[in-house]
Design a binder for this molecule. Structure first.
Ligand code: ADP
Ligand code: MG
Length: 403
């Protein structure tokens, strides 16, 4: 069945619509450091307001463990949303308590109400079906329709994602529809050469994607913290770099399978090694098979791909028709280790075809490094969700919408 889209809701004039957004943005001391996910929610909310509806927008933020925790309040998000929508946004200081109840009762067409963090209530993420159903029913009180637009959570079987979508007329929002379409294009009818670039901190997060994508792709480029587990799988010493020893055997298996399938796995030939994990650490570039010959010996920590590798990756990316990139190439948050990520992002903007950035940190990286979002084919707002999609897993939040 096709994913139900927002036009299937019919006439929305005078209706109240609950929208599940993903406002799970990075915060530092209560200040939003990257508002990409809030901006991504704007088109759907605006569409609903233009259609004459009142909107109740809900989201989680962080992992508050089922109890109110002011550091995870959605109040700053509500203010930012108001700025982006250029309208005043109402905020309820609870989710289904007295403040929310009073405010929803007073809603009129054109109003936007943001409820407090859904995860302040343990029923949102409860393992017990009836508890999630009960919470969804409370969120839906007085609501005519549900729109699922929090792409970052569609892989979760949670009250505001799954149960809510099944209880009233529901559809995908514009963001979820766009994200799903791009991911579909990465799994079916892909134009070749098809290159996947993986980085980030942990191999174990990405094993499923490697396994699922190996049969479909031409090249797999490995950077980030996970590259050291690959180097270790080739018998190289990696000093004090991130390395998941218990995953080495699996990686050895992938290297063999890639060879069998004719998929080129491209590993770095040079890396940037530092004496400590710090912005002002001493650092040098060394060959990837000689990490422990750096001045830091076995204490050296690999924090970025080197310039030769970055240039090679960039040319492989630019000569591809389809590219999916997930995971920064290095610790881009520290300027001395951002060059690899910057080079890959730059190459992706030059792809003559479909170039997709997936992953929360990767998306934040391209924005932090000053790239314009419109220079990429697509920047996915959902790290886990896009990876699970590409792993071929069923996503409960999409299944609930007829996918
Ligand atoms: P995404 O959210 O895009 O899926 P991940 O969460 O997997 O990406 O990884 C992002 C993190 O990986 C970044 O915070 C970055 O600093 C870190 N990282 C990248 N390269 C290294 C490295 N060599 N050593 C340690 N951490 C790294
Ligand atoms: Mg991440």
């Amino acid at each position: 069945m096709p994913l139900r889209t927002i036009d299937s809701l019919g006439n929305l004039a005078g209706k109240t619509v609950l929208v599940r957004c993903d406002f799970n943005v990075p915060l530092a001391d209560g200040v939003i450091t990257d508002d990409g996910r809030i901006r991504s929610s704007v088109p759907t909310i605006r569409y609903l307001l233009d259609a004459g509806a009142a909107v109740i927008a809900v989201s989680h933020l962080g992992r508050p463990e089922g109890v109110p925790d002011t550091q995870y309040s959605l109040a700053p998000i509500s203010s930012r949303l108001g700025e982006l929508l250029e309208t005043s946004v109402l905020f309820a200081t609870d989710t289904v308590g007295p403040d929310a109840t009073a405010r929803r009762a007073a809603l009129t067409p054109g109003n936007v109400l943001v409820l407090e963090n859904l995860r302040f209530d343990p029923r949102e993420t409860s393992k017990v079906d009836s508890e999630r159903e009960e919470f969804a029913a409370l969120l839906l009180a007085g609501v005519d329709a549900f729109v699922s637009d929090g792409f970052g959570v569609v892989h979760r079987k949670q009250a505001s994602v799954y149960e809510a979508a099944r209880a009233v007329p529901s559809t995908a929002g514009l963001l979820v529809a766009a994200e799903t379409e791009v991911l579909r294009r990465l799994t079916t009818d892909t134009q070749r050469p098809y290159t996947v670039v993986l980085g980030g901190s942990k191999v174990s997060d990405k094993l499923g994607v490697i396994e699922h994508l190996l049969p479909r792709i031409d090249r797999l480029l490995i950077g980030g913290g996970m590259l050291f587990t690959f180097l270790a799988a080739q018998g190289k010493s990696v000093g004090a770099s991130l390395c998941e020893i218990d995953k080495i055997d699996t990686v050895v298996g992938y290297l063999a399978e890639a060879e069998r399938r004719g998929v080129e796995i491209v590993l770095p030939t040079d890396v940037v090694v530092a004496n400590r994990f710090a912005e002002d650490a001493d650092h040098v570039t060394v060959d990837a098979d000689a990490i422990e010959t750096s001045p830091f010996g076995s204490a050296g920590i690999g924090l970025d791909i080197g310039p030769k590798t970055a240039a090679k990756f960039a040319s492989l990316i630019e000569s591809s028709k389809t590219v999916f990139w997930n995971g920064p190439m290095g610790v881009f948050e520290m300027e001395p280790f951002a060059a690899g990520t910057r080079a890959i992002a730059d190459a992706l903007t030059k792809v003559d075809g479909l170039g997709v950035v997936g992953g929360g940190d990767s998306a934040a990286a391209v924005r932090a490094l000053g790239f314009s979002e419109s220079s990429f084919g697509h920047i996915s707002t959902g790290g886990g969700a896009s990876l699970e999609f590409l792993e071929g897993k069923a996503l409960p939040g999409l299944e609930a919408l007829g996918w």
